[in-house]
Design a binder for this molecule. Sequence first.
Ligand SMILES: Cc1cc2nc3c(=O)[nH]c(=O)nc-3n(C[C@H](O)[C@H](O)[C@H](O)COP(=O)(O)O)c2cc1C
Length: 484
Amino acid sequence: MTIDDFSGALDMPLPQSLLLRALRTVTQGLVITDAAQTIIFVNAAFTAVTGYGEAELLGRNCRMLQGPGSDPEVVRLIRLRLTKGETFRGQILNYRKDGTSFWHELSISPVREDDGVISHFISVQRDVTAQVLAPANLPFPSVIPQRPAPEERSPDYREGLLSGRLRMHMQPVVDLRTGATHFVEALARLELEDGTLISPGAFLPLLTESDVALLFRQALEQVLGQIAEWDAAGLSLDASINLAPSTLSEPECARWVADALKRHGIAPTRLSIELLETEVLHDRVQLETFAALGALGVAMAMDDLGSGHSGLRRLLKLPFHAVKVDVAIVAQLRNRPVPTLGMLTTLIQMGHDQGWDIIIEGLEDEALTEVAAILGASYGQGYFLCPPVPARDIPGWVTQSHRVPDSGLVRTPLGSLAYHWTFHRTQKQHTTSYETCPITDLLVEHGDQIAVKLHRQQHHLVPGSAASSGDLLAWLIQWSRVDG
Ligand SMILES: Cc1cc2nc3c(=O)[nH]c(=O)nc-3n(C[C@H](O)[C@H](O)[C@H](O)COP(=O)(O)O)c2cc1C
């Protein structure tokens, strides 16, 4: 879809050419993306502020403007708001093409079709550096971190890695049935001298393949050392670590892993290796290394199924033990709930059939976590359960008990939609009694009379149950959309 299609879809009596000229020339920066946040339109004010040309921006995601000083919490908030279909308003430190930084004020809103489905996002933005840095707003003298120009960045990060500034953060993968920690995923962070933490998304593309392999070996050392330390303290935890496909081309890769496991006295079955979706597997050595790692007894997992090169063909080709479902699939539960429920159910079923552990990523709030549990997913990962934290915070977290969705009591509209859908798809009536049905309390307390009646029909308490299943589904879709 192009901007011309987009403006054509607006129901306005203005000539399109005028509309386009107006959008192009307003003094505030303007960005329009498609629903997947790919930029399809930028105006002149936006290119002037960022220093990038239109051709360099189209087809990309605005996160390209972020860098070391961009607050990850703000990025997370943007993601959360947009995933829920809400407007984000706020300020974030961004970087121009030349590496200099500026404070960007954003107001990003979803654009919906008539049926409520998000088709695009539009953002109005401006450079507010002068206001943010006005003396009255500064409690202490502040230096904004500058991002070096792209060609200078790689050596910085490389030097950081070589001089021991790699820090492994950990995020629990949680058993959704019990709340127990299934294992922790180790996530690489590069700590800059000023204490800023850089995520792999920012540094991996800037490293050579041998740097990435070196990073893997360092990460492996730290993770296995950490497991051994926890063991010594009486805490038995397994861990996973990410592996780039290019590192599988290193003929020594399986030996590095075997040696490291031996050195730290850790059983291979306590380590999982998550194969990233970032590149194709293009040579025989990669397949041999994959098989050699599996033969060691290490669990091989596919990371981010549904994203990049983590597709169904790779899943068929390689003997994985576990599959992680990409956040982008779960995020669609808000926009297109019914097909997404169908897809997740099929993936979970496929996991059962093949003996794969299916791990649902991106469980950012209670509703998404509840849906994963209702659909029968065994394992989940996401901010609602626990964000990535420094390794030292993990023992405190895993030894506390954590609330997981209670199968007997649904608490969110999206959860009640998922619950009813599991019956609707097989044309069955709700099986428990009305009084003990997990969605009764929520509908009685927060639904309306129509919903309660439709629900009672699912329990044969009033006539008309077969037809009303679809009506209840439609009602719940609308309700979960308003709630989201
Ligand atoms: C229309 C639109 C404009 C955006 N503009 C910016 C921007 O100027 N600066 C920025 O840092 N993020 C911007 N974002 C946010 C990022 O694209 C992205 O949503 C954010 O980084 C969170 O998602 P992520 O975790 O996938 O990166 C914009 C998003 C949209 C949809």
